[in-house]
Design a protein around this ligand. Structure first.
Ligand code: NAP
Length: 248
């Protein structure tokens, strides 16, 4: 089945981890992929070559998702290589964990800027294009932590909960123009972000997963393929939990 063949996709933060997995999954399915990174230039260039080998158009852009003007510049650069933007996947994210007692104002603001403000920046930048097209699928990466909270991650949880409210509002605003907005809330997905966690914390997370394993970037990518494809044409304003049943 041609899920996303010929569609033009933007993915933020795809130099590694979940974003990389999504980029590969879409290119394998015949989608053209424009993706961003912030600092990892070499892995990004390697990924660009890997994606092109699938016979699609693929390009890496260095673009800080937290910067409003950079998002607009990115969209205009992408339109030099794509005729449309069919799917935006807001994936870029960071953690700066600490208990409320120790967290600094700077670390709170930074996480909100990179994880939440970026979603506003990119969505606003593609809105005009999608409105003209009268179609589009917006997919935003939240987290199980944005739904249930997590000690030591108040900044991260706030940013990820904010994404859900933002997406639901955009779904209401843009639904009449055939633009859908949905959230994916991954649970414990094994990437560099989770590699940073202490072993006892990882063991605790795993024990709480009904499917008894951490997820993979591919597990998340499969959910993105569904929300990008016409298979999900009647789904908007939703949160899809890709967490092995963690929230059950
Ligand atoms: P990761 O391995 O740390 O990768 C993060 C990616 O985001 C990298 O490509 C990084 O690029 C990019 N990035 C960071 N800051 C950026 C910025 N300011 N502008 C543009 N790109 C930026 O993280 P991950 O585990 O794949 O997570 C991806 C998303 O899923 C995040 O939003 C995360 O919150 C969410 N998530 C992850 C898990 C999990 O268990 N892993 C669970 C729930 C939700 P550079 O290398 O160039 O900085």
């Amino acid at each position: 089945m041609d899920l996303v063949k010929g569609k033009n996709i933007i993915i933020t933060g795809a130099s590694r981890g979940i974003g990389r997995g999504i980029a590969v999954a879409f290119a394998k399915q015949g989608a053209n992929v424009a993706f961003t990174y912030n600092s990892s230039e070499i892995p990004a260039k390697e990924l660009e070559a890997e994606l092109c080998a699938f016979g699609v158009i693929a390009k890496a852009f260095k673009s800080n998702a937290a910067e409003f003007n950079a998002a607009h510049q990115l969209v205009s650069d992408v339109l030099e290589i794509f005729e449309s933007i069919d799917v935006l996947i807001n994936n870029a994210g960071i953690t700066k964990d600490n208990l409320l007692m120790r967290i600094t104002e700077e670390d709170f603001d930074k996480v909100i800027e990179v994880n939440l403000k970026s979603v506003f920046n990119l969505t606003k930048a593609v809105q005009r294009i999608m409105l003209k097209q009268r179609s589009g699928s917006l997919i935003h990466m939240s987290s199980v932590v944005g739904v249930k909270g997590n000690a030591g991650q108040s900044n991260y949880a706030a940013s990820k909960a904010g994404i859900i409210g933002f997406s639901k509002s955009i779904a209401l605003e843009l639904g009449s123009r055939n633009i859908r907005s949905n959230v994916i809330a991954p649970g414990f997905i094994e990437t560099e972000m989770t590699d940073k966690l202490p072993e006892d914390v990882v063991a605790q997370w795993r024990a709480g997963i009904p499917l008894k394993r951490g997820g993979s970037a591919e597990d998340v990518a499969n959910a993105c393929l569904f929300l990008a494809a016409d298979l999900s044409a009647y789904i908007t304003g939703q949160v899809l939990h890709v967490d092995g049943g963690m929230l059950t």
